[in-house]
Design a protein around this ligand. Structure first.
Ligand SMILES: Cc1cc2nc3c(=O)[nH]c(=O)nc-3n(C[C@H](O)[C@H](O)[C@H](O)COP(=O)(O)O)c2cc1C
Length: 186
């Protein structure tokens, strides 16, 4: 099918609208980030791209850590609200009635209401033009027990994770396991 040129738009999606938890001892905050990615498996590393004018930016940079929390499809309002309100004006945990959970990190809290959470320690910082990229090691991952199958593997159908593409929130539902994934886990 012929395609039409769309300037230099980044057409990568759907992506997860991740809720990033951060803290500095004085305050805790949540920022929604769609620009997160997987970049290494051993050690497990992910990236988070944050504009320096975000209130969360300095908190993340100074503390050297953050959590990545994956919202379910019932949390469109939270994902959008944490991505439009600023922690400078609002305590987002209180505003959205979310529970901050302390794990193994010093300051950054996880969000209990999200079915999946990961704790990350920053290893590298790359300053680009518009965004700063935090490259972080995942030091622990957690999944709500109700979302595990009988072999203890994550059942993504049960997680009902939220997706984001071209400005819209989406439902994500699995269409089938990859052959590679099935072999690796059996
Ligand atoms: C779906 C969605 C995705 C977003 N992705 C990013 C992102 O990847 N990087 C970024 O710097 N801001 C992103 N934002 C904007 C911030 O979440 C927003 O500016 C937020 O209000 C900043 O909060 P803070 O001031 O408390 O840090 C996104 C917003 C939404 C709604």
């Amino acid at each position: 099918m012929p395609k039409q040129k769309q300037s230099t738009q980044i057409l990568l999606g759907p992506v997860p609208p991740a809720l990033i938890g951060c803290g500095n001892g004085k305050e805790i905050n949540i920022i929604t980030l769609a620009w997160v990615g997987v970049v290494n498996s051993s050690p497990p590393m992910i990236t988070a791209a944050v504009r320096p004018n975000r209130h969360s930016y300095q908190i993340i940079k100074d503390s050297g850590e953050f959590t990545v929390n994956m919202p379910g499809k019932n949390h469109v309002d939270v994902a959008d609200g944490c991505g439009t309100l600023s922690g400078q004006d609002v305590n987002k945990f209180e505003h959205f009635n979310l529970t901050a959970v302390k794990g193994t990190l010093k300051q950054a809290p996880m969000i209990e209401e999200c079915p999946i959470s990961m704790e990350c320690r920053i290893e590298h910082i790359v300053e680009l033009d518009s965004h700063t990229v935090f490259i972080a090691e995942v030091v622990s991952s957690y999944v709500e027990s109700a979302n595990l199958d009988d072999k203890g593997r994550i059942d993504f159908e049960k997680c009902n994770l939220l997706g984001f593409c071209a400005g819209s929130y989406l439902e994500t539902s699995p269409l089938g396991l990859s052959i590679g994934y099935t072999k690796k886990n059996n």
